[in-house]
Design a protein around this ligand. Structure first.
Ligand code: UDX
Ligand code: ADP
Length: 465
C-alpha cells in the first residue's frame, strides 16, 4: 500500500469559523455522525484552540468530551490557520460571536457585526474555489444579504452561496439537542444555485436527522425564525415570572398555576418555571435585535411589546434583591451571603447574562460580603465580578460557602443544591437563617421545619419571624 492510499477520502471538507459554544459542539456532532467528512474548526483565539486540542475542553457540556475525543485527529481538527481552512473547504459554517453593540448607532440594541464582517472579508480574500457559506450564529434578519454583498464584491471567478442555518441547541443539553433536534432549519435563495446549496447542506444533516425534521425556507424567514423562537421562549418565562410576583402578593402558588395552565395542550408545560430571571447569551440579545428591527421599520408598538419581555426580566432580578433586603431587616451591610450557583442555568459553566451577575453586583452595592459557589462557573464568575475584590469569595464546597452566612440565595438549579444536607448547613449558619430559592428547587416546608426562613419564587413565604 503506498502512502496516498492511506489518506482517507473525505466527501466534504467542512470548516467552521468560531470555536465557541455553538461552533464547537455542532461541528463535533457532524464529525461524530459523518466519518466521511473532514471537519475543521478554526478560531482567532489560539488559547481556545489549544484548549479544544487538550484534555480540558474550553466549554463544559455533558457528553461533549466523549464525542470530541473520539473524532479528534480522525475527521475533526482544531486549528488557528483560518486561511488554509478556507482554501481547503467546500462548506464553511460561520459561528463567530455577534454581541449587542456597545457603541454608536443602535448601542445596547443592535447586533455588533464587526466580527461577522471581518470573517466575510477573510473568506473573500482567501477563497480560491466555490464555497457554500452557512450562517450559524444568530444574526439580525438580512445579515445574509450583507454577507452576499461583501462576497460578491469582487469578480475573481469564485462563486459563493450563502445559506441561513440557525442553531437551536440549548446549553447543558447541546449534545442531546444536536443528536435529536426538533427541527433543522435551512434558508436559501430560491435560485437554482441557492436550492442546490440548500440540498447539499440538507444531505449533511440527513446523515442522522429524519427528513421530515429538515425544514427548508427562504433565507429571511429562516433568519427571523431564530429570533422569534427565542423571543417566544423568553416571553413565556417573563409571563410566568410576572404571575409569580402576583402569586407572592396573593398567596397563590406559581408552580400550581403553571401546572394547571400548562396542562392545556394549546399552551404546554415547558418553559413555565418561574425563576430569578432568564439569562444566557441569546434571549436578551435576540429580543433586543427584534426590537431594533421593529423600530427601524417604524413598528413602535410591536417593538414595545417585545421590549417588555426584557423589562419584566430586569424587574424580576431587582425584585429578588428587594425581597432579600426587606426580609433581612432592610440592611445587608456586613452580612455574609452565600450565592448557590452563578451559571445562567444548570449543567453549564457559562455565565453570560446570568441573573447572578446583576444580583451579586446589587448585593455588593448593599455592602454584603458574598461567597459564591458553583460546580462549573467559578472561573467565569471571577471574571464577571472583577473589581468586587475584597467583597467576594469563591468557594467550591457549598458547605464551606454557607458556613457562617446569614443567608443563602439559590441562583442556579444545579441538582447538587437539591441534594445537600440542609440540616448540617442550617447548623453552621448565623441565625435567623434565610434561604431565598430563586429557582424553586429545594423542599421549602422541610427547610422551614429545620428552622430556615424560606422565600421561594411565587409562593407563600415560610417564616418563623
Ligand atoms: C436558548 C434556547 O433555548 C435555544 O433554543 C437557543 O438556541 C439558544 O438560547 P439557552 O440560552 O442555552 O438556549 O438555555 P435555555 O434552556 O433556553 O434557558 C435560558 C434561560 O431561561 C436560563 O437562564 C434558564 O434558567 C431560564 N429558564 C428556562 C427559566 O427561567 N424558566 C424556564 O422555564 C426555562
Ligand atoms: P457562540 O455562543 O455564538 O458560539 P462564542 O463567543 O462562544 O459565541 O464563540 C465565538 C468564537 O468566535 C470565539 O471563540 C471567537 O474567538 C471567535 N471569533 C470571533 N471572530 C472571529 C474571526 N474573525 N475569525 C475566527 N474566529 C473568530
Amino acid at each position: 500500500m503506498n502512502k496516498t492510499d492511506m489518506i482517507p477520502h473525505f466527501t466534504h471538507h467542512i470548516l467552521c469559523i468560531g470555536a465557541g459554544y455553538v461552533g464547537g459542539p455542532t461541528m463535533a456532532m457532524i464529525a461524530h455522525k459523518c466519518p466521511q467528512y473532514r471537519v475543521t474548526i478554526v478560531d482567532i483565539n489560539p488559547e481556545r484552540i489549544a484548549q479544544w486540542n487538550s484534555d480540558r475542553l474550553p466549554i463544559y457540556e455533558p457528553g461533549l468530551d466523549e464525542i470530541v475525543k473520539a473524532a479528534r485527529g480522525r475527521n475533526l481538527f482544531f486549528s488557528t490557520d483560518i486561511e488554509k481552512g478556507i482554501q481547503e473547504s467546500d462548506i464553511i459554517f460561520v459561528s463567530v460571536n455577534t454581541p449587542t453593540k456597545t457603541f454608536g448607532v443602535g448601542a445596547g440594541m443592535a447586533a455588533d457585526l464587526q466580527y461577522w464582517e471581518k470573517t466575510a472579508r477573510q473568506i473573500l480574500e482567501s477563497a480560491t474555489s466555490d464555497k457554500i457559506i452557512v450562517e450559524k450564529s444568530t444574526l439580525p434578519v438580512r445579515t445574509a444579504r450583507a454577507m452576499e454583498r461583501i462576497l460578491f464584491s469582487t469578480q475573481n471567478g469564485v462563486r459563493f452561496e450563502v445559506l441561513s442555518n440557525p442553531e437551536f441547541l440549548a446549553e447543558g443539553t447541546a449534545i442531546q439537542d444536536l443528536e435529536q433536534p426538533d427541527r433543522v432549519l435551512i434558508g436559501s435563495r430560491q435560485t437554482e444555485s441557492g436550492l442546490k446549496a440548500r440540498s447539499t447542506l440538507a444531505e449533511v444533516y440527513a446523515n442522522w436527522v429524519p427528513q421530515e425534521r429538515i425544514l427548508t425556507t427562504d433565507i429571511w424567514s429562516s433568519e427571523l425564525s431564530k429570533l422569534v423562537a427565542n423571543a417566544f421562549l423568553a416571553q413565556r418565562i417573563s409571563s410566568i415570572n410576572a404571575i409569580a410576583v402576583l402569586c407572592e402578593k396573593t398567596e397563590a402558588d406559581v408552580s400550581q398555576v403553571a401546572k394547571a395552565v400548562g396542562m392545556d395542550a394549546r399552551i404546554g408545560p415547558k418553559f413555565l418555571n418561574a425563576s430569578v430571571g432568564f439569562g444566557g447569551s441569546c434571549f436578551k440579545k435576540d429580543i433586543l435585535n427584534l426590537v431594533y428591527i421593529c423600530r427601524y421599520y417604524g413598528l413602535n408598538e410591536v417593538a414595545k411589546y417585545w421590549e417588555s419581555v426584557v423589562e419584566i426580566n430586569e424587574y424580576q432580578k431587582e425584585h429578588f434583591v428587594m425581597t432579600m433586603l426587606n426580609a433581612m431587616f432592610n440592611t445587608l451591610a456586613g452580612k455574609r451571603i452565600a450565592l448557590f450557583g452563578f451559571a445562567f442555568k444548570a449543567d453549564t459553566g457559562d455565565t453570560r447574562e446570568s441573573p447572578a451577575i446583576y444580583i451579586a453586583t446589587r448585593l455588593i452595592e448593599e455592602q454584603a460580603d458574598l461567597v459564591i459557589t458553583d460546580p462549573k462557573a467559578l472561573v467565569n464568575a471571577k471574571t464577571d465580578l472583577k473589581g468586587g475584590e475584597g467583597k467576594v469569595q469563591f468557594i467550591e464546597d457549598p458547605y464551606e460557602a454557607a458556613a457562617g452566612s446569614h443567608a443563602i440565595a439559590i441562583l442556579t438549579e444545579w441538582r447538587l443544591f437539591r441534594e445537600l444536607n440542609y440540616e448540617r448547613i442550617y447548623r453552621s449558619m448565623e441565625k435567623p437563617a434565610f434561604i431565598f430559592d430563586g429557582r424553586n428547587v429545594v423542599d421549602h416546608s422541610k427547610l422551614y421545619q429545620l428552622g430556615f426562613n424560606v422565600y421561594p419564587i411565587g409562593k407563600p413565604v415560610l417564616t418563623h419571624l
